[in-house]
Design a protein around this ligand. Structure first.
Ligand code: 6V0
Length: 314
């Protein structure tokens, strides 16, 4: 039995606790279980966050274990080592696959029937690992993928164009990491093709602006980590957005990481593409049109991931 009012978070570091804080304010759930190998950390975060609940909506927040999470509607996994300055997300892979080997089987053992939302990095590899280890239907294992990167893209484009980022329709797809790509060919602002909108706002050097903004987005995590050692608010809001799409069965299109089954010629790999997300998790990938260069870049991104997956012992 799934309790639609319950969420669990595994890993209560910067990302887990910020996500818990965002979810507490969302009103989506009335019970939240926090799990961490560092039990004191989970207990401290549960207490601290629960003291904010009287200002939001009533909620039971407590440190627990996997048995407590068995009937949760969503388990968010943010456990794992984080990137150090200069370290790529892929450098993290072996450390975090080993951590997943201790977490995912415990989720499996308690008979979890909800949606497993993977946030730990490298998120595409770990989403793939979680699909393999959990025994859950692949539609119920979702990686946060490039949801955050796409938010960063919208934010940067909104600032560049002097327009509400929510009116910007543009995606980052591929690996959540160094090989990700912006889909410029179909980007638009409320239906107006991006280049037309740019010219309307006095920007004519499209190639240079696109390169600058795509680089800014790709390097955002490195820049933040260099300055404050971790990134967590942007991803916490992404987790809240994803949980909302799931719990409200919104069927919202979000660029999550999920198992590809032949789309764009990609198979047996978890990677981000715009996807319809609802109460049952991944409903289907949306075949956004890509130009020839974008398709080639997507394939390069997928093979970079595949090379890593092939080296990992799941
Ligand atoms: P952190 O602050 O070090 O927190 C990690 C937490 O995980 C700690 O509290 C650990 O005690 C806990 N932990 C470790 N092993 C286990 C285990 N076996 N079971 C339960 N808990 C465990 O790291 P931070 O919160 O900054 O980052 C967590 C992960 O999120 C990292 O892999 C980041 O790279 C990743 N991020 C992913 C993003 C995305 O867009 N997908 C964005 C930002 C960070």
């Amino acid at each position: 039995m799934v309790n639609d009012r319950k969420v669990a978070i595994v890993g209560c570091g910067f990302v887990g606790s910020s996500s818990a804080f965002a979810l507490m304010q969302s009103g989506l759930f009335s019970e939240m279980v926090l799990i961490d190998v560092d039990r004191d950390r989970a207990e401290g975060e549960a207490l601290d966050i629960s003291h904010g609940a009287p200002f939001a909506s009533p909620m039971k927040i407590y440190a627990g274990d996997y048995k407590d999470a068995a009937d949760a509607a969503i388990i968010v996994v943010t456990a794992g080592a984080a990137q150090k300055p200069g370290e790529t997300r892929l450098d993290l892979v072996n450390k975090n696959v080993n951590i997943f080997k201790s977490i995912i089987p415990q989720i499996r053992e308690v008979g979890f029937e909800g949606i497993l939302l993977i946030v730990s990095n490298p998120v595409d590899v770990l989403t793939y690992a979680a699909i393999k280890m959990s025994g859950l239907p692949e539609s119920r294992v979702i990686g946060s993928g490039t949801v955050l990167d796409s938010a960063r893209l919208k934010d940067a484009l909104g600032a560049h164009l002097g327009v509400d980022p929510r009116n910007v329709h543009a995606y980052i797809i591929g690996e959540h990491g160094d090989s990700e790509l912006a889909v410029w060919s179909s980007a638009n602002v409320s239906g107006v093709p991006l280049h037309d909108f740019c010219e309307m706002r006095g920007h004519f050097d499209h190639e240079a602006s696109e390169k600058r903004i795509a680089d800014e987005v790709k390097n955002a995590a490195y820049e933040i980590i260099n300055k404050k050692h971790a990134t967590y608010y942007g991803i916490a809001m992404s987790v809240k957005r994803l949980c909302t799409a799931i719990m409200r069965d919104e069927k919202h299109i979000l660029p999550v990481s999920s198992l590809m089954v032949g789309e764009y010629g990609l198979e047996d790999i978890a990677i981000s593409m715009p996807t319809i997300v609802g109460r049952n998790g991944v409903e289907c990938r949306v075949p956004v049109s890509l130009d020839e260069d974008e398709l080639a870049e997507l394939h390069r991104s997928a093979s970079a991931l595949k090379d890593v997956i092939d080296q990992v012992d799941f």
